[in-house]
Design a protein around this ligand. Structure first.
Ligand code: PBG
Length: 335
């Protein structure tokens, strides 16, 4: 009941009127996806002029640094604000401590320096976690059957500083240790890296959807049945997601990530409602694979499905989305 009388029903109200033509639909659209919303993840490998397709991620390849620089140039030209870089570490360099993470000349640091030298205006985001470097595949030190929290945090702090020193703009702890955001923030301040942002993978679920990523970077290791359930979140929980997000904001995170994305749109909306920092979402490898593989099998149109999925993230409240389809979407937007 409004002050103008009883609510009108059909035929006074015909909702199809607002959908009848293209201009009407464009005029009333509540959400939009632009290139500004996209973050492109890249897998980096050793070598020169190497493009190595990832079998479980159709359309995605591991790239040598020179190829990554070329892609960075295209991404920048398309208006994509930032890249997220993931190293594929040589097996010989992996050990239980993940010590290659602290080598200032490791593959990731060299990639950061090369891209910053050639494409200085694209943002670079780097994971802070040990899984690309440990032979067991865990995100930290594996001691007595579990990942040791505090000892891992000490290493992550050093890893974050090395990445900041290399020129990484955004350090993104994806390890789910407690207390690491505060420790990293303190160290960055002390080191003079006052403008280095922290994107906390604050709400990261122990998910089956990371499978193709672990294939891409070779981090499946010997995770075993227990997987990462003692540090990554239980898929059943939302209240805990809100605690994780607000804790990390208090400790100094500039941006919060929810991951995976599409199966967790409710969590994105809830976290967005809880914290007053931008919330990012990760359309993770398994989500990408579901769409890419189904499209390749003729089930639906690839680009339309990706565009619709990105709109869903925006509707849920995400400020930006990490997606392996970022280039495809940005190219389509440019047309
Ligand atoms: C590692 C990390 C993972 C992803 C991003 N960073 C995998 C994991 O935690 O095992 C997954 C991304 C994807 O699936 O696309 N800390």
């Amino acid at each position: 009941m409004t002050s103008f009388g009883p609510a009108r029903s059909f035929p006074a109200t015909r909702l199809r009127r607002v959908r009848a033509t293209d201009w009407r639909r464009r005029l009333i659209r509540e959400t939009a996806v632009t290139a500004d919303d996209l973050i492109l993840p890249l897998f980096i490998i050793e070598g020169d002029n190497v493009t190595e397709p990832v079998t479980s991620l159709p359309g995605v390849s591991r790239l040598s640094i020179d190829r990554a620089v070329a892609v960075a140039r295209e991404a920048h030209a398309l208006g994509i604000p930032a890249l997220a870089l993931f190293p594929v570490t040589d097996k010989k360099l992996k050990n239980p401590q993940g010590s290659e993470a602290l080598n200032p000349k490791n593959l990731l640091c060299r990639a950061v320096r090369a891209i910053k030298a050639e494409v200085p205006d694209i943002g670079l985001i780097c994971d802070v976690a040990l899984d690309p470097y440990t032979d067991h595949g865990h995100d930290g030190l594996f001691i007595d059957g579990d990942v040791a929290n505090d000892a891992t945090v000490e290493i992550l702090v050093k890893q974050a500083l090395i990445l900041a020193e290399a020129g990484c703009d955004v350090v993104a702890p994806s390890d789910m240790m407690d207390g690491r955001i505060g420790a990293i923030r303190t160290a960055l301040e002390k080191g003079g890296f006052v403008n280095t942002m922290i994107l906390s993978y604050a709400v990261k679920y122990a998910s089956a959807f990371y499978g193709p990523f672990r294939d891409a970077v070779g981090s499946q290791g010997a995770l075993g049945a227990k997987g990462k359930h003692t540090y990554q979140m239980d898929a059943a929980n939302v209240d805990e997601a809100l605690r994780e997000a607000s804790t990390d904001v208090t400790e100094g995170a500039d941006l919060i990530m929810v991951k995976p994305g599409m199966p967790y749109l409710d969590v994105i909306a809830a976290v967005k409602n809880e914290v007053n920092v931008p919330v990012l979402a990760y359309q993770v490898s398994g989500e990408y694979a579901m769409i890419a593989v189904a499209a390749a099998a003729g089930a639906f149109d690839r680009l339309a499905a990706f565009q619709e999925s990105l709109l869903a993230f925006k509707r849920a409240g995400a400020s930006a989305v990490l997606t392996y389809a970022a280039l495809d979407i940005a190219r389509a937007l440019k047309k």
